[in-house]
Design a protein around this ligand. Structure first.
Ligand code: 6GU
Length: 234
């Protein structure tokens, strides 16, 4: 997969992209991520990319010119059209289903905005879909773009060492869209807390059944909003 990110702060992406799984995924060619600075496409000497809102009001609005020039430049970097996503708190809320959907694309073009907002003609003109990562306001779309890159990249075949890992995650296939079952590792007893006997039993059928039941109970207790009629615990 190819992911292009258009941003005013490419440096914000450096460390998340250079650690751990995202680094390995890029090094092994499973995902190619390019960062393009929108400010490089500002037409004026001051490298200005925002201006006061028409009609008055507080804050600044991102001008359409630098966005369109930047977008047109980025699109030509590769022949694939790409799915264009504008990061904005006004977007559709991002979730695991959306991550799975996006992981099937061959190219994503993520546009992170700043300041009070985008000139409306950016959204209209680019034909972009809008995504938000939750109902709160951040200073810009950069962290949201990183959330999407991270959640999508780990679903790409070969990115996680064990092919089953993503399936076992919360919201994943084995969790039936709910939370993950509890995990334990050594030591067998830690500060008086013991690993459940069943996990030491070697009975894989029983273990699977126990994990399934635990996952349902935790979902009911902590995230009942995730339960549907057919995955409610009995
Ligand atoms: Cl995509 N952008 C901003 N600025 N705030 C957000 C967001 C995006 N998603 C949730 N809050």
């Amino acid at each position: 997969m190819r992911i292009d990110v258009l941003t005013l702060f490419p440096e914000m992406f450096q460390s998340p992209l250079s650690c751990s799984i995202l680094k390995r995924a890029q090094d092994s060619g499973l995902v190619e991520i390019t960062l393009t600075n929108i400010r490089d496409f500002a037409a004026n000497n001051y490298r200005k990319v925002d201006d006061k809102p028409y009609g008055g009001g507080p804050g600044m609005v991102m001008m359409p010119g630098p966005f369109f020039d930047c977008f047109e430049h980025v699109q030509k970097l590769s022949p694939q059209k790409g799915r264009v996503i504008l990061l904005t708190p006004q977007g559709q809320k991002f979730d695991q289903a959306k991550a799975v959907e996006l992981s099937a694309e061959n190219r994503l073009i993520l546009i992170a905005g700043r300041y009070e907002g985008f000139d409306e003609r950016i959204r209209i003109g680019l034909g972009a879909e809008q995504i938000s990562i939750g109902d709160y306001v951040m200073n810009g779309g950069e962290l949201a773009a990183m959330v999407i890159v991270d959640a999508v990249a780990r679903l790409l075949p070969g990115v996680l060492g064990d092919e089953d890992s993503a399936k076992n995650d919360s919201f994943g296939e084995s969790a039936g869209g709910g939370l993950e079952y509890p995990q334990y590792t050594r030591p067998e007893v830690f500060r008086g807390m013991k690993v459940p006997d069943i996990l030491l039993s070697g009975d894989h059928g029983k273990i699977a059944e126990w994990r399934h039941q635990q996952a349902l109970e935790r979902t009911q207790k902590w995230r009942p909003d995730l339960l549907t009629e057919d995955n409610k615990p009995k």
